[in-house]
Design a protein around this ligand. Structure first.
Ligand SMILES: [Fe+2]
Ligand SMILES: [Fe+2]
Ligand SMILES: [Fe+2]
Length: 317
């Protein structure tokens, strides 16, 4: 139902709709974390998949708060809300539920690790270092300064062993050079290609991405989950083939994705919409088509993009 080899493009495309800066930061963080982990031995397929996912999605909870600008500073405070939202997102709306604690603790300082009993504490500390390296690299002028900063915070913010691991990864893979040269995206795209996602894995990914968009409001995420399930149930009730029912489910999942392009002021306006606002709101069906066309099965595109059309030909678009 999904176009093969599109896992990374779809991920990047959808997350960019939410926030451009955060998705680039996520991709770079995933690259740093992956490079550190690769130094400890060849990564198994599942481990690689999880690391890429955790890196790319680690700040997904920030989309529910106003703190994105704050997170992109090195000495950041107020890290708890987005860590908790990100944890909840992963735990309940993705297939990585058991690893969600990595996100909950991704700003944990090494000096305070005693208070954390999570089995994912060590991984969370590595993610913390990878995250801060990227933030530091965005602000500092030279690679040497970035490495000196990371060293200075060793023992306080970062596990000294992780600092050494990062330095060794930099020597071996040229991590800083890749960060500067914008090669991270190509590297991560290549990792995704090598993972060769199965149809089921792609479906899981698309579902997670849609939930990531809708996660900003409780109402929208519930609406999407319910619509997808109702559509599939109606299909089953009407005696459709299993494959067609799954198409209904995915069309339900994707149907309102175009709302990401409708201004929030219109989406959340409490009173009646003006004629101009109504026309803008109605464009979401066309936006849905533009976003998903070429990435998923043509029938899913038609079902999703026409969800406001009526049998008598009225409705929109
Ligand atoms: Fe964060
Ligand atoms: Fe981050
Ligand atoms: Fe709609």
């Amino acid at each position: 139902m999904f176009i093969k080899d599109s896992a990374f493009s779809v991920t990047k495309g959808v997350l960019s709709l939410i926030n451009d800066k955060l998705v680039d930061h996520g991709v770079r963080t995933a690259y740093i974390l992956k490079s550190m982990m690769a130094l400890q031995g060849e990564l198994e397929r599942e481990t690689m998949k999880n690391i890429l996912f955790l890196g790319i999605f680690h700040d997904v909870g920030a989309n529910k708060t106003e703190e994105i600008a704050n997170l992109l500073k090195f000495e950041t405070t107020e890290t708890i809300p987005h860590s908790v939202y990100g944890y909840l997102f992963l735990k309940y709306l993705s297939r990585l539920g058991d690893r969600a604690e990595t996100i909950l603790y991704h700003h944990l300082a090494y000096a305070e690790r005693g208070g954390c009993r999570s089995a994912y504490r060590e991984l969370a500390l590595k993610l913390h270092l990878a995250d801060r390296v990227d933030i530091c690299a965005m602000g500092e002028s030279s690679d040497r300064l970035v490495i000196e900063t990371v060293e200075r915070y060793g023992g306080e913010q970062f596990d000294p062993a992780d600092v050494e691991l990062f330095k060794a990864a930099d020597k071996r893979f040229g991590v800083m050079r890749t960060l500067r040269g914008c090669g991270c995206e190509e590297d991560i795209r290549e990792c995704y290609r090598a993972l060769a996602f199965s149809e089921d894995e792609l479906m899981d990914l698309v579902q997670t991405l849609v939930f990531a968009i809708d996660f900003r409001s409780e109402q929208t995420v519930l609406h999407t989950i319910l619509t997808a399930n109702y559509a599939e149930m109606l299909g089953e009730h009407a005696g459709l083939e299993k494959d067609d029912c799954r198409k209904l489910y995915y069309a339900g999942l994707l149907h309102d994705i175009g709302k990401i392009k409708v201004p929030v002021a219109i989406l959340e306006k409490p009173g009646a919409l003006t004629r101009g606002e109504m026309l803008e709101m109605q464009r979401h069906a066309t936006y849905t088509r533009r976003i998903i066309e070429g990435h998923v099965d043509g029938e899913i595109v038609e079902i999703a993009a026409r969800h406001h059309e009526k049998l008598n030909g009225f409705g929109y678009p």
